[in-house]
Structure formats: structure tokens, C-alpha cells
Design a protein around this ligand. Structure first.
Ligand SMILES: COc1cc(/C=C/C(=O)SCCNC(=O)CCNC(=O)[C@H](O)C(C)(C)COP(=O)(O)OP(=O)(O)OC[C@H]2O[C@@H](n3cnc4c(N)ncnc43)[C@H](O)[C@@H]2OP(=O)(O)O)ccc1O
Length: 244
């Protein structure tokens, strides 16, 4: 498992090109031995979003390139070979929220708060937020966040389907690490199906989706590893499913 810490606490982990390129580098050169990645913020916050000082000199052409560069990097996260878990605390704002959207699992602690102050800054989201966030919380809530600048609490984030886990204070990173260990222990083909096929199946028309599901299921269950894991359960060598 690999832990990736956003490390600019003096600027509340504002995302400058250096951080974005470091994320890209991490996902481009992910060692084969890594089975999951945890992204978190060093200090009291996850991220305060785009480093606003980078916008002051940008013209439209540079802005377009910049936004598309973020799209490529955040796509690397979403379409990563391994599950990516975001551990959220403090500010999860603007581009920081968009970064968290690209992860597969979000774990928040009570200090986490979510906002899109782009409206107040006179800009629009540019890191894939308008595609990913409505799929998590719905267009109506994102519209409210952008128009009114409303700040959602950690509790609201969990209630509205943004964070799948809400922990006690200080618990987001430990919980994210625990989950990373668990997901890294899955068969690689199961993780492949969940990360690559499931999002496409969910967006496909039902007939296409069902066909894709059958094909993916057949590939996974035909694999040697699935046979071994199923045999181990039938021989009572692995744990039963237990409520947590
Ligand atoms: C790629 O293409 C794109 C991308 C985007 C993305 C857009 C966005 O992300 S919009 C959101 C931008 N972020 C904000 O508006 C948040 C601004 N920050 C705050 O409100 C506060 O700093 C805080 C996060 C709530 C924390 O408050 P506090 O703990 O009191 O700390 P401060 O004293 O305010 O700040 C300390 C220090 O950090 C600097 N800083 C904080 N956030 C940022 C930031 N986002 N950018 C730059 N610098 C930041 C702050 O200035 C202080 O610096 P000092 O030097 O004074 O110490 C859209 C479109 C595209 O095409």
C-alpha cells in the first residue's frame, strides 16, 4: 500500500503544479507491489483547492491547458489499476474536493468540511468536478454549493453520499489505511472489475450493462485465483462473512 501526503500545510495544501505533477508521477510509476493508494493532507486540512496565485497571470489558452492537465492527472487516479482512498479532514475545498471525487473511497473525520467557493472567486470548477460530483451527490446539491457557496459538514457529506465512511476525530487516516489493506487483499481481477467495468456498466443501457456484467463475471470466476479462494471457503479455511 502507498500513502501519498499532500505536503504544503503552510498554504493549506493548495494545489500548485508541483503537487499535481507529483500525483501524476506517483500514479505513472506505481510499483507492481502496490495494491492500494491512500491520499491525505499533511497538517490540519486535506486541501484548500487550486493555488489561486497560479490563476492571476493565466490567459484563456493557458487556463484550458491547465484544466486539461488536471483532468489527465485526476483520470489517472479514477482509472488507476488499484483502489484509491482519500482520507479527509479540515478544508476539502474547490480543486481539493475535485481531487477527492476522483478517489474510489472517501473517509472523512468530523473536522472535514466541503465547499466550492468558485462562485465567490468568479471562476468555475476545472478539475472534473462538474462530471464527478453530481454523480455522487446529485446536480441539485452541487448547484446549491456553487451558487450559494454553502459549506457542507462532514455529517452532511456522509449523508449525501460523498464520503462512504465518517470516523471519530483523528480517525480518517487510520481508517483509510485499514481499508487500503483490506482492498489490496482482493483478487486483482475483482478490483479490476470494480474499478474499470463497474463505472461503465452503471452508465450503460441495461442490456449492454447486463452483457458486460456477464462477461466480466465469467472472466473473473474462470481465473485460478477465484477457484483457489472459493475452494478455501468451502474447505473452511477462510473467514465467514461477519457483521462489523
Ligand atoms: C485546474 O484548473 C482549474 C481549477 C479550478 C479550481 C478552483 C478552486 O479550487 S476554487 C477554490 C480555491 N480555494 C479557496 O478559495 C480557499 C481559500 N482559502 C481559505 O478559505 C482558507 O485559507 C482556509 C482553507 C479556510 C484555511 O483558513 P486558515 O487556516 O485560517 O488559513 P489562512 O490564513 O487563510 O491561509 C494560510 C495561508 O495559505 C494560503 N492559502 C490558503 N488557501 C489558498 C489557496 N487556495 N491558494 C493559494 N493560497 C492559499 C493563504 O493565502 C495563507 O497564505 P499566507 O502567505 O498569507 O500565510 C478552477 C478552474 C480551473 O480551470
Amino acid at each position: 500500500m502507498l500513502s501519498l501526503g499532500l505536503n504544503r500545510p503552510a498554504k493549506r495544501n493548495a494545489l500548485n503544479d508541483g503537487i499535481i505533477l507529483a500525483i501524476q508521477d506517483c500514479f505513472t510509476n506505481l510499483p507492481e507491489s502496490v495494491g492500494a493508494v491512500v491520499i491525505h493532507g499533511i497538517g490540519d486540512h486535506f486541501s484548500s483547492g487550486l493555488d489561486l496565485s497560479e490563476l492571476t497571470e493565466q490567459d484563456a489558452t493557458e487556463g484550458l491547458r491547465h484544466s486539461q492537465m488536471w483532468h489527465r492527472v485526476f483520470d489517472r487516479i479514477q482509472y488507476s489499476r488499484v483502489p484509491v482512498i482519500a482520507a479527509l479532514k479540515g478544508a476539502v475545498i474547490g480543486g481539493g474536493l475535485e481531487l477527492a471525487c476522483a478517489a474510489h473511497i472517501r473517509v472523512a473525520e468530523p473536522s472535514a468540511y466541503f465547499a466550492l467557493p468558485e462562485g465567490q472567486r468568479g471562476i468555475f470548477v476545472g478539475g472534473g468536478g462538474s462530471v464527478r460530483l453530481p454523480r455522487l451527490i446529485g446536480v441539485a446539491r452541487m448547484t446549491d454549493m456553487m451558487l450559494t457557496g454553502r459549506v457542507y459538514s462532514a455529517t452532511e457529506g456522509a449523508a449525501y453520499g460523498f464520503s462512504q465512511y465518517l470516523t471519530e476525530a483523528g480517525g480518517a487516516l487510520p481508517k483509510a489505511m485499514e481499508l487500503a489493506e483490506r482492498v489490496a487483499a482482493n483478487a486483482p481481477l475483482t478490483n479490476f472489475a470494480v474499478l474499470q467495468a463497474l463505472p461503465m456498466i452503471a452508465e450503460a443501457n441495461p442490456q449492454t450493462g447486463l452483457l458486460m456484467e456477464s462477461l466480466m463475471a465469467t472472466v473473473a470466476q474462470s481465473d485460478k485465483e477465484a477457484k483457489q479462494r472459493i475452494r478455501a471457503f468451502l474447505d473452511r479455511k477462510t473467514a465467514k462473512v461477519k457483521p462489523t
